[in-house]
Write a protein of this length. Structure first.
Length: 275
């Protein structure tokens, strides 16, 4: 029984096959065949059959991904490195919480919005690291340490059509993974915009953190008795509406990123308006 060939021996044989001929055209043909074989190996994906469609599709995905990234990049606060398990930070001022607070000093009820700087971590591995099957070119990186897919795509167009078609199929698959990552960030960023719009519409205000809006003093035990506390770490509070209605010392809190809490807050506001 013949001994099995090692993986290293198989690789060496493949290289020898490419150089088995001295004819230039045959050498190029053999090289393309090897590249196509490598492109088609690994994870099975639905490949392109038409080059024009492949180029247009990949270009469209890159443009869409760039649009998503442009909406999110201003909140990008940590570049990290090229490690596969590296996560990236996004930081933004969020307005997720509205509190209804009884002011015992003036015997009225305040509606308070909490402005809190929040940092969230997202894994952006597909933006930083290309799979082995796409390693034909050394990818250029942008200022954030992410692959410049626009440049990478332009470089790939010099490939022979036989190689380019399966290459673009693999690239499309990877770009779709990139879009999933960016979509998670985009959804998180958009949720704050939705909250701000809810506050503007509900309370008929131009901006949530207008300087004319009175900042609510902290009334926690430590602040009242010792003059300092760590409540600022929990967010800055702004009074956006006051009702001359006696309330209770119990603070009601609403997460306005949830539709259920929005409806409950609106009902309470209606009650306070008619009280």
């Amino acid at each position: 029984m013949a001994p099995k060939k090692s993986k290293r021996a198989k690789v060496a044989k493949a290289k020898d096959d490419v150089f088995s001929s001295s004819d230039p055209e045959e050498l190029m043909s053999q090289s393309r065949d090897e590249m196509v074989k490598e492109m088609k190996s690994g994870k099975k994906i639905h490949g392109f059959t038409d080059l024009d469609i492949a180029i247009k599709t990949v270009r469209a995905i890159i443009v869409t991904n760039e649009e998503i990234w442009n909406r999110c990049k201003e909140y990008f606060t940590y570049k990290g490195n090229d490690s596969e398990d590296e996560k990236s930070n996004f930081t933004m001022m969020r307005f997720d919480e509205v509190k209804v607070v009884y002011d015992e000093n003036y015997d009225h009820t305040n509606i308070v919005v909490v402005a809190k700087e929040v940092t969230k971590y997202f894994s952006l591995e597909p933006l930083k690291v290309l799979p082995k099957c796409l390693g034909i070119f050394e990818p250029a990186k942008d200022e954030t340490g992410h692959v410049d897919f626009r440049m990478y795509f332009r470089r790939s167009l010099i490939l022979h059509e036989e190689v380019l078609l399966p290459f673009l199929s693999k690239l499309k698959n990877h770009l779709e993974e990139v879009q999933v990552c960016l979509g998670a960030v985009d959804e998180w960023v958009a949720s704050t915009a939705n909250n701000i719009q809810f506050l503007k519409t509900t309370f008929e205000i131009e901006t949530v953190t207008d300087l004319s809006v009175q900042e609510s003093p902290c009334k926690c035990y430590h602040h009242r008795n010792y003059g300092y506390c760590h409540c600022g770490e929990l967010g800055k509070e702004y009074t956006i509406k006051t009702f001359n209605v006696p309330g209770t010392v119990v603070v009601q809190s609403f997460d306005i990123s949830k539709e259920k809490d929005q409806l409950q807050l609106k009902r309470l506001l209606e009650f306070l308006s008619n009280a």
